[in-house]
Each structure stands twice: as structure tokens, then as C-alpha cells.
Design a protein around this ligand. Structure first.
Ligand code: 3H9
Length: 648
């Protein structure tokens, strides 16, 4: 069957793209569209054309898998131009998402109709490129400078209602979109037809707008090039004629397409899409999840409960006494209130979220719960007591999960009846925001339980990654190595601030020492002390010296840096210099790039060991862990991608 087909409804032609899964603009689709324009222009019985897509979405964009190969004709700008200048007006009927090249095709149409749930956008910068088929040049003419700058430089899609406000779509259709578009094309045109966007004048913006936008984007982008390049295209679109602006945009697109940043972002794009559905679980049925419970209403437990509520699951929150239940509920209330404040939730939605949580102290409330996630204190005996109770009250097929960062899940599961339903789920704080979910099966975990972990990850909109059992699983094990290497640099004479500046320069929001000061140095210290007490040989770290001197980070007004009261800005500390003086040698001066190479290299070497031991299944999973759990710059592709590319 052909990918692009034409049907007739009276004198309206309906062009349908059917290129599963997301109607990406492969060469065959571009060719089909180009042929359709030519054929319909020649047909005297056709007065207008409706462009629609089969399946779950309108066109999701260019076919990203073609980006590693040279572009093949017909090129998308020519296809869009042909649609725009066709003798018969084209009407885009958008359901699902019209993204990137997909929205550019829609911009070539004279009218855009969207179903109420549709999204439109130009997410190219998230792939390290700019729109390459007129997205900047036409969107600025359609929606104005401000809206276009926002749309293109953030890459964030907008919902149909917002798109209507911005003028990006002409009409929202409830019900049968295809029928409505055909009716619209038959009778609904204004007279005269709106001008093609290529013939409309471009709006202008003052110099101050561009300088401010540039400064704001540079700050946000932290080394990522595409957003600033996109801004330059938009500016050019307002200051030159249509065809010069199109050439500039296309040249920028072709230049960026072959960069390392674009390759890194494509790597992450495909890794993220592969992660939620591991091949090894193909055909394995997950257990149904109709409700859930969380044990422990502290920061982590409340965050997990909020995430479950965001996904629509009713939640039971168990705490050891009524006062603790109330504190847990209050924690949840704070989380939802924060979401209201940031505009992510309406007051009514926040109320509904909270209303779906039932607090309890008696485990008997869990008799019919499908999934229980334990998030109590990180202490083996406490966790074991929880699972002993769960083993007594829960259905034998209920999935029982532990949220642990460092304990061995096998020890937690010991003695549990039906251990095949047991699994480790390592959430990252704040659990309702952070995308990473490490899924840690024990040897007895059944495939169906593992599949349920991944299904939960998908429901919660997380990036789920399977991790094997070792200290710190994937993420915290690499974090430990990263911190050790940062200390090794300091021991050889690199300034603490130089390490942090280098890692910010690399694209992290914070360097390793600033981050420890924010989170507190004492947590890792107590772990090391625990291991020492258990007889392990754990060498003294520089962090230990600071904690022993009472420097636990910002909370004690000093850690690796000093802090003034009420001010989070790190200040070089004479006391730290004195405390560490005996540990520090004077080695060669390293520049920022060399420092970043050392640290990222150390992360990647630990990653290679993790792979060799089978703790991670693939290198791209390690990259996802670092990007979604530890702030590794996405546009670098993760430590494995970054170093494998360098050494390739
Ligand atoms: C662009 O358009 C540049 C132009 O300006 C320049 C032209 C000259 N290509 O996400 P899902 C695959 S840049 C190839 O799970 P959902 C995906 O890998 C592009 N493949 O679905 C997965 O494959 P598999 C700008 C793609 O329903 C399957 O489709 N566009 C593409 O959750 C399902 O994907 C974008 O950045 C693609 N463009 O969400 C939009 N897109 O089954 C990217 C998806 O083998 N796409 N696949 O694992 C999306 O945001 C989501 O896919 C969408 C659907 C929201 C559409």
C-alpha cells in the first residue's frame, strides 16, 4: 500500500499520509506529497485539498533516523513551498502532534485545523538543529516575533488552545476532524484566501528585544548551540526577504545537522524511546496497576505518592502513627501547592490530587493494593520489618517494591513470601519531578514483576533503566567515582573552585563541590563511617576531613566553601585551605577542558566497568541515568557517548 494516498470527497481531495508509527517525513513521504501536489493541481475537478494522517498522530517531523545520511530529494523546503503555492488551497487537519517538519508542512497549508487534544511545535533545538523547512521564517510571519522566539528557541510544543490564541492554528475541531476539515474546505474559506506566509511581510522587533533574548538564551543554553542559532534565524527572518531568510535557515540547519551536539541529542532521543520498552521484555504481560500504596510519608515517600497521583492512581499512604500520617499528607499538600504556584496545576486539580490519597496506620488497608512502594528510613532492619508486614497482608500477586539507594535489595527481600513479586525501584528526589527511575530486580523477581516496573515508569512519565545489584547501582556508583576523581584533582593542586567552574563550563548546572555543599556532605560521610564500622577499608576522603571539622555544607554555613547568612553564593574558604593543606601537592595547572576530561573520563571508565559486570545492559542506559538523575548535559549525550565519540 502507498504511504501517501489520495481520496475524493466531491470536489475535495483528501491526501492521507500513512507512515507508522508517527508519519515521519521519510523520503517516500516527501515524494508522495510532492506527487500529490502535482497531480491535484492538474485535476480540474478538485477545488481544495485536505491533508490528514492515519494512526495516532499528524506528522511528527523529519525522519530523525535519516539524519546520519546525506539529504535525499525532494527536499522538505521544496515540498512545503509546492504545497503553499499549489493552485488548490491545502488545509491541514492536525490530530496528535504536528512537530518540526510536520508543523512546517502545516505552515505551508493555507489553513490549519486542529483537534482539541492536538499539540503543535518546532522542537528542532532539542535535537541540536534548527527548523530546516521554513519553520522560523513562516512562524514569525504567522504568530509574531515574541511567540515565534518562544516556540522555536525552547522547542516546547503548545496545546491546540494556546496555538489558537497565538494564531498558529485557525480553528479547533471537536469530534470528527476529517469530516470537519472536508466541510471546511468545501464551504468555509474566507474570501479572498489568506495569503501564503511566504508572501506576507515579516514583523520587526527592536534591537533591545534581540539583545535581551540573546542574553537570556545564552544563559539557559549553557553551551548548547542550537537555541542561539535558532534565534539568529528568526532575526534574519524579520530583517531580510523571505528567500534570503529561507537560505540562511537551511544553511544553518545543514551545518548543525552534522555536529557532535546534534549527534549526541539524537543518541539521547533514541535511547529515551528505547528505554521504557526493553526488548528482553517483549511479550511479557505486566500486572495491572489500578491503585498503589506508599509506606513512609517523608520527602521521598510523599514525592513518590505525588508522582502516582499525577498518573491518576489512587494512593494509600501508610505511616507508623496518626501524627506521621498527617505530616505525610502535609508534605503532599506542599508538593501540590508548589505545582499550583508554578502554574503546573490548577487549584481544583491540586485538590483532586490530594483527595485521592488516603492516610492509614494499619497495614490491613493494603489487602487489595496492586503495588506497594516502601520508602522508609534507609536502614535494613526497618525495611525488613515493613516487608514482613506486607508479606502478611498483601495479596500474593501484589507487586512489592523497595525504594533504596544503597541497601542490597536481596537482603531486604529475605524471608518474603512470593519473592517473585519483589523489586527495587530507585526514585530520585524530588520523586514527582526527576525523570530517572532505576529498576533493580533481585534474582527471584519474575519477568512480569520487572515488566510492571517498566509499565509503572511509563505511567509516571519516567525514564526507566534496569540496574543490577552493586553498591549505588548505576548512578550513585558513578557519582562516587566522579567525586573521588574531583578530590584527586584537588589533592594534586587544582583549586576547588576551578573544578566547579570547569564542570559548569562543561554544561552541568553545578560543579561537584558546590553540589555537595547544597545536598550536604554528611550523608556520604555517614555511609563511609558505617562501612568503616563494619570493618571495610574505606580510605579517609577530603570530605571526611571537612565533616569532622563541622563543615557539612550550606546547612552549616560552610562545606567546601564558606557562605554568608542567607546567601547561597560559594566563597573560597581559608579554613578549608588550612584543613586540607597537608593533603595537597602542587601538580601541573590544568585548564577547564582538561579538568572536565578527567572527570568525565572517570565516569565513563566506571560506566565501562558497570557494563562489563552486567550491572547496566547498554551504554545508552548509563547515559540516560547520568542525564536524568545527575544533571549531565543532555547535549553532550552522556559520559559514555561523549568519551566513546572522543576516542572513536
Ligand atoms: C525536524 O522535523 C527537522 C525539520 O525541521 C527539518 C527538515 C528539513 N523520526 O515517542 P514515541 C519513533 S526534526 C523518526 O514513543 P509517542 C520513535 O523512535 C524532528 N522516528 O511515541 C519510536 O520508535 P520505536 C522534529 C521517530 O506516541 C516511535 O516513533 N520532531 C520520530 O509517545 C514512537 O515514538 C520531533 O522531535 C521521528 N521524528 O509520541 C518529534 N518521532 O517504536 C519527535 C518518533 O521504534 N517525536 N519516532 O521505539 C515525538 O515527540 C513523539 O514521537 C510524538 C509521539 C509526540 C510524536
Amino acid at each position: 500500500m502507498s504511504i501517501v494516498t489520495i481520496a475524493r470527497e466531491g470536489n475535495i481531495a483528501v491526501v492521507t499520509i500513512d507512515n507508522a508509527p508517527v508519519n515521519a517525513l521519510s523520503q517516500a513521504v516527501r515524494q508522495g506529497l510532492s506527487d500529490a501536489v502535482a497531480e491535484l493541481d492538474r485535476d480540474p475537478d478538485v477545488s481544495a485539498v485536505v491533508l490528514t494522517c492515519a494512526g495516532r498522530t499528524f506528522i511528527a517531523g523529519a525522519d530523525v533516523s535519516e539524519f546520519d545520511k546525506p539529504p535525499q530529494p525532494p527536499h522538505l523546503p521544496d515540498v512545503v513551498s509546492a504545497i503553499e503555492l499549489a493552485a488548490k488551497p491545502w488545509v491541514a487537519a492536525i490530530h496528535g502532534s504536528a512537530l518540526g517538519g510536520g508543523f512546517e508542512v502545516a505552515l505551508g497549508c493555507r489553513f490549519r485545523l486542529a483537534s482539541a487534544e492536538a499539540m503543535v511545535g518546532l522542537p528542532e533545538v532539542t535535537l541540536g538543529i534548527v527548523p530546516g523547512a521554513g519553520g522560523t521564517v513562516r512562524s514569525v510571519r504567522l504568530a509574531g516575533v515574541e511567540a515565534a522566539v518562544d516556540l522555536v528557541t525552547t522547542g516546547k510544543p503548545v496545546r491546540a488552545a494556546r496555538a489558537l490564541e497565538l494564531g498558529l492554528v485557525d480553528k479547533i475541531v471537536e469530534g470528527d476532524l476529517r469530516a470537519a476539515a472536508i466541510a471546511f474546505a468545501g464551504v468555509g474559506f474566507s474570501n479572498p484566501l489568506p495569503q501564503p506566509l511566504s508572501l506576507r511581510p515579516a514583523p520587526l522587533a527592536p534591537e533591545s528585544f534581540w539583545t535581551e533574548a540573546e542574553a537570556a538564551i545564552a544563559k539557559r543554553a549553557r553551551g548548547e548551540v542550537a537555541p542561539l542559532k535558532a534565534l539568529a534565524c528568526l532575526r534574519r527572518a524579520t530583517e531580510t526577504d523571505f528567500s534570503t531568510a529561507m537560505q540562511f535557515e537551511r544553511a544553518t540547519f545543514l551545518e548543525l545537522r552534522v555536529t557532535r551536539q546534534a549527534a549526541a541529542l539524537r543518541h539521547v532521543f533514541f535511547a529515551e524511546r528505547a528505554a521504557p520498552r526493553p526488548k528482553a521484555l517483549t511479550g511479557v504481560q505486566a500486572c495491572p496497576l489500578r491503585n498503589a500504596a506508599v509506606i513512609g510519608g517523608g520527602t521521598m515517600g510523599a514525592g513518590i505518592a505525588a508522582a502516582l497521583r499525577d498518573a491518576g492512581l489512587p494512593v494509600i499512604l501508610i505511616e507508623r502513627d496518626e501524627a506521621a500520617v498527617q505530616r505525610g499528607i502535609a508534605n503532599l499538600r506542599d508538593i501540590f501547592a508548589g505545582a499550583v504556584k508554578r502554574g503546573r496545576l490548577t487549584e481544583a486539580a491540586a485538590e483532586a490530587r490530594l483527595a485521592g490519597v488516603v492516610g492509614a496506620t494499619d497495614y490491613a488497608a493494603l489487602a487489595d493494593t496492586d503495588l506497594v512502594i516502601e520508602a522508609v528510613f534507609e536502614e535494613l532492619s526497618v525495611k525488613r520489618q515493613v516487608f514482613a508486614q506486607l508479606g502478611r497482608v498483601c495479596r500474593p500477586d501484589a507487586v512489592l517494591a523497595t525504594n533504596t539507594s544503597y541497601l542490597d535489595p536481596r537482603a531486604i527481600a529475605e524471608g518474603l513470601p512470593n519473592p517473585e513479586r519483589f523489586i527495587g525501584l530507585h526514585f530520585f528526589s524530588p520523586a514527582n519531578i526527576m525523570k530517572l527511575l532505576e529498576i533493580v530486580p533481585v534474582p527471584q523477581t519474575a519477568d512480569a514483576t520487572l515488566a510492571t516496573g517498566f509499565a509503572l515508569g511509563r505511567m509516571l512519565g519516567k525514564v526507566p533503566v534496569r540496574a543490577g545489584i552493586c553498591e549505588g547501582f548505576i548512578g550513585n556508583r558513578i557519582l562516587k567515582r566522579y567525586r573521588a576523581e574531583a578530590e584527586a584533582l584537588v589533592r594534586q593542586g587544582v583549586a576547588i573552585a576551578a573544578v566547579d567552574v570547569a564542570m559548569r563550563g562543561y554544561g552541568f548546572a553545578m560543579g561537584p563541590f558546590e553540589a555537595q555543599d547544597l545536598g550536604g556532605l554528611d550523608i556520604a560521610f555517614l555511609q563511609r563511617e558505617g562501612a568503616r564500622a563494619a570493618g571495610q577499608d574505606v580510605p579517609e576522603t577530603l570530605g571526611d576531613i571537612l565533616v569532622r571539622a563541622g563543615r557539612k555544607g550550606q546547612k552549616t554555613a560552610g562545606g567546601w566553601y564558606d557562605y554568608k547568612a542567607g546567601d547561597r553564593r560559594p566563597l573560597a574558604s581559608k579554613e578549608v585551605t588550612r584543613l586540607l593543606a597537608a593533603q595537597i601537592q602542587h601538580g601541573p595547572i590544568l585548564d577547564g577542558e582538561a579538568i572536565a576530561d578527567r572527570l568525565v573520563g572517570a565516569m565513563a571508565r566506571e560506566g565501562e566497568a558497570i557494563l562489563a559486570e552486567g550491572i547496566a545492559e547498554k551504554a545508552s542506559d548509563i547515559d540516560l541515568v547520568e542525564i536524568h538523575g545527575y544533571g549531565f548535559p543532555r547535549w553532550r549525550g552522556g559520559p559514555m557517548f561523549a568519551t566513546r565519540q572522543t576516542s572513536a
